[in-house]
Design a protein around this ligand. Structure first.
Ligand code: PLP
Length: 201
């Protein structure tokens, strides 16, 4: 479980840490870089927001996992900057299955093509660890389940296209309102903000 701490003050994060939580999720680079030195150094920070290319360099070596890689351009840049910084960056490929066009991510077909062409073999300092996705923001639980199923199915498909890929095993889906549906449909990583910290201000 990732405790999504974005917009919440560090004393709340410290409280979660004291209760045993070690994985925190942030969605803005500036906020992440502000919080890291103020909190214990055994926290695994996950970046979960849209990552602008001009901010990539500043977070190299600081995140246990970048969950929100949503374009090949970003992936290639992360690889280049990781190599330069002498680190290996673990990432998830964000998949777009939701109805909203505002959400970012790869279309399933793009990732299938990427795997079929084995383009991942060109990565030198980036480890693909799985996929991340969000369901449509709706009360229609059937649609939410359908979206999560689509993400899980894509993950299985990618694994069957490249069965030799190592440790591509994370399926990150599910937030405060839909984690139960996500888990029922194959999630093995949930990102919970509001249910832990209350509403964001
Ligand atoms: C904010 C956010 C969450 C957490 O949302 P809650 O509804 O507060 O649990 C999870 N994933 C991503 C990508 C987010 O941006």
């Amino acid at each position: 479980m990732v405790a999504v701490s974005k917009f919440h003050p560090v004393d709340q994060l410290q409280e979660a840490y004291d209760a045993g939580q070690r994985i925190m999720g942030e969605s803005r680079v500036q906020e992440l870089l502000y919080k890291i030195p103020l909190l214990p150094d055994d926290i695994s920070w996950h970046f979960i927001g849209h990552l602008q290319t001009n901010k990539v360099r500043s977070i190299m070596g600081k995140c246990a996992l970048i969950e929100s890689v949503d374009s090949l351009r970003l992936l290639d840049l992360i690889d280049k900057e990781s190599l330069k910084a002498g680190v290996t960056t673990r990432v998830l490929l964000q998949v777009h299955v939701a109805a909203e066009e505002t959400k970012t991510g790869f279309l399933p077909g793009e990732l299938i093509e990427y795997f079929e062409n084995r383009q991942f073999e060109a990565l030198k300092a980036t480890h693909l660890c799985g996929v991340m996705g969000m369901a449509t923001n709706t009360d229609d639980t059937a649609r939410i389940a359908q979206d999560f199923k689509a993400i899980k199915t894509l993950h299985s498909q990618l694994l069957s296209i490249a069965p030799d890929i190592r440790d591509f095993d994370i399926v990150s889906m599910g937030m405060s309102d839909d984690h139960d549906i996500a888990i029922a449909n194959g999630s093995n990583m949930v990102r919970i903000g509001t249910d832990i910290f209350g509403p964001r201000v």
